[in-house]
Write a protein that binds this ligand. Structure first.
Ligand code: ADP
Length: 369
């Protein structure tokens, strides 16, 4: 059982740099929560404050209702897994996993039971006698996890634990960690700069930028209802398209104009945009919501079509991506692999306007999704 509460937590480094600013979050027991954001946004600093490896400059950290700001790391009942998993090279897998228990002076029967149980969970039973040098990267990472699991902590903190692995192994280990979370029923806080990793692993994701929490939400909410331009651009790959557009009104309907193109906004989004008539906003649309003429369908709520010239065509296998120039901006779109469009094609595209996002250009906050 481990609930964590961070109230107004800030970190100012001795050189005066504020790495984390007014961080507020409640993490429920057994939750798998992800901190994500570009390098330097304060993810590791937050994690290290939770672990007790870094002092909290101001604010309160509670574990199960108890303030632990001044509790030593070893007394917080937290296990941390880092990207460089620092196994002891002279010890076998067994000894590496037993080490934290020996430090705690557990008796050898108990140690043996825990190590074998942990090895079973992580599928390491056949490797217990090996030294780390005789293991693959993925196996080493599993041993590092095993060492954390053997301690049976209240909370696991993982700081980019997969970033040293190759792409294939990373995907495999991602699935392993998800399974592990289900099996252990533990609270996990996981740091990554990789939005795909965050989206596939977490039940809730904290997006950070410049030391400031931007949005805390489920993966689908972050994707469909990003609260600001930063989150909209950071979550989703390839990135959401953005274009500066002027809000207007035509025959009672709200429109967005960029270059010589004008599209009509659906009724459901019109009210929120009315106060912006005459102003410039940022319109956003994900590449999968941009539809090329060959793929127009009746069901879609498509905007007026606009012209584009394709500058890049990338076949991705089952589908393709295009990047094109439109009057007033640049746009990327998904195509089906059978679509005849290629680099240099002059095409028409339309937007699924129900999926349109609009942001305030000054505050960068979402006006409507
Ligand atoms: P992330 O984990 O998101 O990449 P960090 O939490 O490591 O980012 O760092 C947040 C910010 O704090 C960065 O700008 C980093 O340069 C700065 N920082 C980290 N450690 C120190 C330190 N000891 N002294 C001063 N600034 C630091």
């Amino acid at each position: 059982m481990a609930e964590l509460t961070l109230e107004h937590v800030s970190k100012k480094y001795p050189n005066g740099y504020e790495g984390v600013k007014d961080f507020n979050l409640e993490i429920a027991d057994k939750e798998f929560i992800i901190f994500v954001g570009p390098s330097g946004c304060g993810k590791s600093t937050t994690l290290r404050m939770i672990a007790g490896l870094e002092d909290i400059t101001s604010g309160t950290l509670k574990i199960d209702g108890k303030v632990v700001n001044d509790v030593e790391p070893k007394d917080r009942d937290i296990a941390m897994v880092f990207q460089n998993y620092a196994l002891y090279p002279h010890m076998t897998v067994y000894e590496n996993m037993a080490f934290p228990l020996r430090l705690r002076k557990a008796d050898s029967k108990e140690i043996d039971r825990v190590v074998h149980e942990t090895a079973r969970i992580l599928d390491l039973e056949k490797l217990l006698d090996r030294k780390p040098s005789a293991l693959s990267g993925g196996q080493r990472q599993r041993v590092a996890m095993g060492r954390a699991i053997a301690r049976n902590p209240k909370v696991f903190l993982m700081d980019e634990p997969l970033s040293n692995l190759d792409a294939k192994l990373r995907v495999q280990m991602r699935a392993e960690i998800s399974k592990l979370h289900d099996r252990l029923g533990a609270t996990i806080i996981y740091v990554t700069h990789d939005q795909t990793e965050a989206m596939t692993l977490g039940t809730r994701i904290v997006v950070m930028k410049d030391g400031v929490m931007q949005q805390v939400d489920t993966p689908s909410k972050l994707y469909n209802e990003p609260c600001n331009l930063f989150v909209a651009g950071f979550i989703g790959s390839p990135q959401m398209n953005f274009v500066d557009a002027t809000v207007g009104e035509r025959a009672g309907k709200i429109t967005l104009t960029f270059g010589s193109n004008t599209i009509t906004v659906p009724e459901s989004k019109a009210a929120a945009l009315r106060p912006y008539i005459g102003k410039v906003v940022v319109a956003g649309i994900r590449p999968e919501d941009v539809v090329e003429e060959h793929e127009y369908s009746e069901q879609k709520f498509l905007s007026e079509s606009i012209e584009a010239s394709v500058t890049v065509y990338e076949l991705l296998g089952s589908e393709a991506m295009i990047y094109g120039e439109v009057d007033g901006g640049v746009i990327s779109a998904h195509l089906s692999a059978t679509n005849p469009v290629r680099t240099g094609s002059r095409i028409k595209v339309a937007f699924d306007v129900n999926k349109l996002h609009v942001f305030d250009k000054e505050t960068e906050l979402a006006i409507v999704h």
